[in-house]
Design a protein around this ligand. Sequence first.
Ligand code: HEC
Length: 138
Amino acid sequence: MTFALYKYIGMAGGILLSAISGGHAGGIEETEVSFSKDIAPVMRRKCATCHMTGTEAGGMALHPRAAWKNIVGKPSGESRFFIVSPGEPEKSYLLMKLEGTHIENGGTGAQMPFAAPPLNARIIQTIRDWISAGALDN
Ligand code: HEC
């Protein structure tokens, strides 16, 4: 009897929680990330200075017209991961290089952007959300 009651309270709590988070889902956090508007401009400013033609170390052009096709579904040259694996942020080497977890994941080299402060947490989260949503060319 007591058990059944707890179970009931637990369920009610679960329903309440999902009602709250469900209400949230329509808010700002669910706004779709646009690669061309939200990510490509950051790469142009912070990355393309070095990743310009694709022949430099790191081997990928990251200016706006080239970035998407050079990272999505492309194997990393310095790890066993793809640079961006659509839907799989935890398997996308790009995020490891931006967060500095590349070495512990078997990669090499420096945290990106090379010889500059890391990108801020908000833009890294935006990139993570974009990868989770399928890394669209949008
Ligand atoms: C000052 C030059 C410089 C800047 C700026 C820079 N990179 Fe790099 N990048 C390199 C070099 C050199 C390498 C290869 C050596 C290494 O990994 O440290 C590299 C390697 C990489 C790799 C690994 C490629 C592979 O095949 O595995 C990724 C991913 C990467 N950079 C992403 C970025 C991103 C994203 C930015 C911008 C936020 C950025 N880089 C900014 C110089 C730079």
